[in-house]
Design a protein around this ligand. Structure first.
Ligand SMILES: Nc1ncnc2c1ncn2[C@@H]1O[C@H](COP(=O)(O)OP(=O)(O)O)[C@@H](O)[C@H]1O
Ligand SMILES: [Mg+2]
Length: 213
């Protein structure tokens, strides 16, 4: 039966800004709300290597998409309530562009440093392009690796606002739990008490995005 799904893409041109971390943990959080598909559009296949399938009950299965990305997004949307697409760190290969044309919500993780923000400006152009065929696309920067009470992180929110895409109020803190969970091949939801703060970051991102129009 076809159902109405909410589809997310996680993209940025920078490697290492937290796309796969956000994609995997977001999918784990969405999985608690409804059936979720996690699509790996990065030809490097990070997510497939990442997940320890023996330990990850409660996690969506990862589907590597390759050139079939448009078909995978449509099919996943027909049979899942939520779809999360982890994009490669590039524009030009067509994967990120395709994802932006097909999803409802784009999240762009960005590290709290000015050069990282500048290099994300091309994402703003990609969003404008995608909106010509997907006018309902909602897009937000998500500040990652934020230090508590960091003046820089707050200043970054102001700087981001002038870039043409809003930043979510919710952030991902700089937390060892994200790295440890990745090393163990699990999400922060499977990480018990050690993952609590990280889970609360992800929950707050999900609530902010799902309750925002
Ligand atoms: N909020 C965070 N706190 C601590 N480490 C993080 C955080 N976000 C990402 N990392 C780490 O940074 C590295 C790059 O993250 P990753 O999600 O693989 O980036 P990308 O997919 O954009 O290349 C990984 O080692 C990851 O565990
Ligand atoms: Mg990645």
């Amino acid at each position: 039966m076809t159902q109405t799904s909410t589809k997310f893409a996680i993209a940025n041109l920078k490697g290492g800004c937290g796309k796969s971390t956000l994609a995997l943990n977001l999918a784990a959080g969405l999985m608690r709300r409804g059936n979720t598909a996690l699509l790996d559009a990065d030809p490097q296949g990070t997510l497939e290597h990442w997940l320890n399938h023996e330990k990850t009950s409660g996690m969506p299965r990862v589907v590597a998409t390759g050139r079939e990305l448009p078909m995978h997004i449509s099919c996943a949307g027909d049979s899942h309530q939520y779809v999360v697409v982890d994009c490669p760190p590039a524009l030009g290969s067509g994967y990120t562009e395709t994802a932006l044309e097909k999803v409802d919500i784009l999240l762009v993780p960005v590290l709290p440093s000015p050069p990282d923000l500048w290099s994300s400006v091309h994402m703003v152009e990609a969003v404008e392009q995608a909106r010509k065929v997907n006018p309902g696309l909602r897009a937000y920067f998500v500040r990652n690796q934020v230090e508590p009470k960091s003046a820089l992180s707050n200043a970054m929110r102001q700087a981001i606002a002038s870039c043409g895409l809003p930043a979510l109020e919710s952030t991902l803190g700089r937390r060892a739990a994200y790295r440890w969970a990745a090393l163990e091949g699990i999400s922060v939801y499977q990480f018990g008490a050690r993952g609590e703060k990280a889970v609360s970051d992800i929950e707050s991102i999900i609530e902010e995005v799902l309750n925002h129009d």
